[in-house]
Design a protein around this ligand. Structure first.
Ligand code: NAD
Ligand code: MLT
Length: 535
């Protein structure tokens, strides 16, 4: 999926990851573990590395990536990629991959720990005892059982928190506009229609959404005003989801009884961080993922992702390649070479520029997420036609920049084939089609339609296609013209069902066919079109 790495690739591990992960990387690459490296040093030295591994402290900015022409993958040993300018990386064709499931349990448990700690004032009581006091009456608390927990964001971590809260005999109400009603039904959780419902009903509120333009500052003055008096807040997701100044005001007014925070708008927090001085706010320094288990998993998973990226294999956790589940990947993966072939083919046979494409997946294939098929076709449409190297990461954004219109169609019923991929466009002569299927357990690609003709031909590295009058002697003429130039035909086939009176002939060759040979053939009577295709 990414460019070839010449020699032994170099990986920079810029933040601490598990030794198991580093060891795995060392089996394949030269690895520099440089947790002391500053951001400016990183900017200077970025071209020394093929891969960069970070956690949440390193900010990978567009400026930093501007000078990089070597970096192929950024591995984020954790979940959030808000510290990486993914758009800038994508434009550069750099894969950004994370290890999202590695620390979900750790983060969920930490969120609940922050809830329990504030409800029973455990840190405060501990500090008091350390100071030699015995203040039993000062540190009363409230129970979780029977209380309503509002969960905002029902993704991996939100769901784990909700399930565990149920185990603690809490009522859970969750809000997530991007989660289907079915998932809510399956989980048995109460689905809030609006955020206001969560605010109105919850005794405690915990947030588990990513930081996006939509969620940044979401819990501010207006939100606090809608909450129950005495509500308690947990944020172990991302700093800035809660407006910290607004939280201070809500604590001052007594609207919020207490809060537990693991993440902050600025990390590390500045010395004058206002919430530091509230006894009813429990703070931890971004420890959500800091368990042995999570770090082991994050280090190993991110090492595997980087290895896949540098060895040109599919990077399953890439956030800037359509992420498809393992089942869909198993179903769709074998069709990617065919999809690329069809993209190259349609460009090679086009007469004039092509702008509009429809990519149709039919048959069993259409039961799966086929976005990768589209990306594979788009990559092939662009490769060799734009300045920059095109890969699965930057192909969609380059296509968009260039105004290519790409439509995707899926049909579960296919008339003649178990699976069929068709790429349709229009050149100055009219409709243009390249379609193919795969054969056998090894999914060998097979072309089944070219121009508007049915054909049955295995794709080959060097090919030529001819449109001609279906009269005796035409195949012989092509054979003679190629033979005269010492070009061997490996195999060939014809599509005899005439379209506008013409048939099509496809030949696979041992060598590329020079343009003058094609020109000589097409000059002969009865030939209309001759195209060389290099796949
Ligand atoms: P996820 O992508 O699985 O879940 C996020 C959920 O938020 C999704 O279901 C999404 O639909 C939902 N969401 C998005 N916008 C929303 C909105 N406007 N309102 C309500 N819901 C919205 O992510 P995850 O792995 O569960 O991680 C959740 C958060 O926890 C992320 O911010 C992540 O960075 C953070 N995190 C923190 C730590 C830590 O150390 N404290 C560790 C891991 C993850
Ligand atoms: C994450 O997003 O995974 C967390 O912020 C944890 C981390 O990177 O340490």
């Amino acid at each position: 999926m990414v460019g070839e790495v010449a020699g032994r690739a170099k990986v920079l591990v810029k933040e601490r990851i598990s030794e198991a992960g580093v060891e795995l990387l060392r089996q394949h690459f030269d690895v520099d573990v440089r947790v002391d490296m500053t951001d400016s040093e990183l900017t200077e030295r970025i071209n020394d590395y093929d891969a960069l591994i970070i956690r949440s402290a390193t900010k990978v900015t567009a400026g930093m990536l501007e000078g990089s022409c070597r970096l192929k993958i950024i591995g984020r040993a954790g979940t959030g990629v808000d510290n990486v300018d993914v758009k800038a990386a994508t434009k550069k064709g750099i894969v950004v991959a994370n290890a999202p499931e590695s620390n979900s349990v750790a983060a969920a448990e930490h969120a609940l720990a922050l809830l329990m700690a504030q409800c029973r004032q455990i840190p405060q009581a501990y500090m008091s005892m350390k100071a030699g006091k015995w203040e039993r009456s000062k540190f009363g608390g409230v129970e979780l059982t029977g209380k309503t927990l509002g969960v905002i964001g029902l993704g991996r971590i939100g769901m784990l928190v909700a399930q565990r809260a149920k185990g603690l005999r809490m009522d859970v109400i969750a809000y997530d506009p991007y989660v289907s009603a079915e998932r809510f039904r399956e989980s048995g959780l109460e689905q809030a229609e609006t955020l206001d419902d969560v605010y109105a009903k919850s005794d405690f509120i915990t947030m588990h959404m990513p930081k996006t333009p939509e969620t940044a500052g979401m819990v501010g003055d207006a939100a606090f005003a809608k909450m129950k008096d005495g509500v308690r807040i947990v944020n172990a997701a991302r700093g800035g989801l809660v407006d910290e100044a607004a939280l201070a005001r809500a604590l001052d007014s007594g609207k919020v009884t207490s809060a537990g925070l693991d993440v902050y708008t600025q990390e590390p927090i500045p010395p004058d961080f206002p919430l530091l001085h509230y006894d009813n706010v429990v703070l931890t320094p971004h420890l959500g993922a800091s368990t042995e288990e999570a770090q082991d998993k994050a280090g190993t998973i991110i090492a595997e992702q980087v290895i896949a990226g540098l060895l040109n294999q599919f990077v399953s956790n890439a956030v800037n390649i359509p992420s498809v589940g393992p089942e869909a990947l198993e179903a769709v993966g074998p069709f990617l070479p065919l999809a690329e072939t069809l993209g190259k083919l349609i460009m090679a046979i086009a007469d004039g520029p092509l702008e509009d494409f429809t990519i149709r997946c039919e048959g069993q294939l259409a039961e799966h997420d086929t976005r990768l098929i589209t990306v594979a076709v788009v990559k092939a449409l662009l490769e060799g036609r734009v300045e920059e190297p095109v890969n699965y990461v930057n192909a969609p954004s380059i296509a968009e920049e260039r105004g290519l219109k790409i439509a995707e169609v899926k049909e579960k019923r296919s008339r003649d084939f178990t699976n069929l991929i068709t790429v349709v466009s229009k050149d100055r002569r009219g409709d243009l089609t390249a379609a193919g299927t795969t054969i056998g357990p090894k999914h060998k690609p097979r072309l089944v339609k070219i121009y508007r003709h049915d054909i049955d031909l295995e794709p080959a590295r060097h090919m030529a296609f001819f449109q001609y009058d279906d009269v005796p002697g035409m195949i012989g003429r092509v054979g003679t013209a190629l033979g005269d130039k010492g070009i061997n035909i490996a195999f060939m086939n014809v599509g005899r069902k005439k379209v506008e009176g013409r048939a099509v002939m496809g030949v696979a060759l041992d060598d590329p066919i020079p343009q003058e040979v094609l020109d000589d053939i097409v000059k002969q009577p009865g030939f209309y079109e001759a195209r060389a295709v290099e796949l």
